[in-house]
Unconditional design. Structure first.
Length: 344
């Protein structure tokens, strides 16, 4: 009897030890959790509707990740520094509308590269204003960026209204149509992978290098981990705050141009309301709201998961309200897992 009890206790201890090891590994590798959810969603959706695996649908998903991915990379950098930005969609809307209007009216033959540079610069200027306000006012970045978001959108509504630009500049239109490669399915339908997905690829590489191979990246994580200690070590909180918000604004400005190029339309209120899903993508990728953590890989996996939930579940007949509920469950589940402190 004693041997049986001892064996049972040993088996239970072994099981608990294995569970703790798996839990510890998952907590230390948040992207693995997000990747597992992506695989699960793909298997479920693909088994219910095999059309999910068609190349045209995969290309549509890739297109959908570009603007969301650019936003998410900017949010990642701000979150890693311990801040939170919700004004990036307003910055993108302002920049894309103003740049489209100026190019259309005064420089209709301007190539796409100067347009992207101008958009990035305009977004960086607006973003740096957020950083200066956060640093000068010593106010929570969430409050500051909510305020600047309403200021920007109020300016657009007051001085521009709801007018749309249907005829966008030729360079932006051509860039949106430019194909990286084509694929012809068995039924003769041709799907296209747009070349502007390379803009996201460049942003991914640049953000990874920034966070992992530069002194500024080290400063960002240090300030996000503990601002007081980082300041005593010699890091300038003001410089870090201005930089991260300017970087987020730069990516937001470029994302605005990508939105116009892909949709052939400049609507100043198109991107409103997508802030939470972008922040959710970054959090699902393992970044903590409190700062000091987050990876580019995890963020992009979070973007893919959000894109799946937003765009693909419709293939299995799930309504948009249920998609939001599913996304909420993913966020709550991931947040609960990442907060676990497994026993040694």
């Amino acid at each position: 009897m004693t041997d049986i009890t001892s064996d049972t206790a040993a088996s239970r201890a072994h099981t608990e030890s294995a569970f703790n090891r798996v839990t510890r590994w998952l907590v230390r590798h948040p992207p693995a959790v997000t990747a597992s959810l992506i695989v699960l969603v793909c298997i479920v959706v693909g088994s219910i509707n095999p059309d999910f695996w068609q190349m045209s649908n995969l290309f549509d998903m890739a297109r959908s990740t570009v603007v969301r991915g650019l936003f998410a990379l900017g949010v990642l950098v701000v979150l890693a520094a311990g801040g939170l930005d919700v004004s990036f969609t307003a910055i993108a809307a302002f920049v894309m509308y103003v740049i489209t209007m100026l190019v259309t009216n005064y420089a209709p033959d301007m190539p796409i590269l100067p347009i992207l540079l101008a958009a990035g610069l305009g977004g960086a200027v607006l973003g740096s204003a957020n950083g200066l306000l956060v640093s000068s006012l010593k106010a929570p970045s969430l409050i500051v960026t909510i305020g600047t978001q309403y200021v920007i959108r109020g300016f657009l509504l007051t001085f521009i209204g709801t007018a749309l630009f249907m005829n966008i500049p030729a360079a932006m239109d051509a860039f949106g149509k430019l194909a990286l490669f084509h694929h012809q399915s068995a039924n003769g339908a041709v799907s296209t992978m747009p070349v502007y997905v390379l803009v996201l690829a460049v942003a991914i590489v640049a953000t990874w290098l920034l966070l992992n191979r530069t002194l500024m990246g080290r400063a960002i994580y240090a300030v996000g981990g503990n601002a007081g200690i980082a300041e005593r070590l010699g890091y300038s909180l003001r410089k870090v705050h201005v930089f991260v918000f300017a970087y987020a604004g730069l990516l937001a400005g470029i994302a605005g141009i990508m939105h116009v190029a892909s949709n052939r339309l400049a609507n100043p209120f198109d991107l409103a309301g997508s802030e939470l899903e972008v922040i959710a993508a970054v959090v699902l990728g393992g970044a903590r709201i409190t700062g000091g953590s987050g990876t580019v890989l995890g963020t992009m996996l979070g973007v893919v998961l959000i894109t799946l939930v937003s765009n693909v579940l419709i293939l299995v007949g799930i309504p948009s309200t249920s998609q939001l509920a599913i996304l909420g469950l993913f966020i709550v589940g991931a947040g609960a897992l990442f907060s676990i402190k497994p026993r040694a």
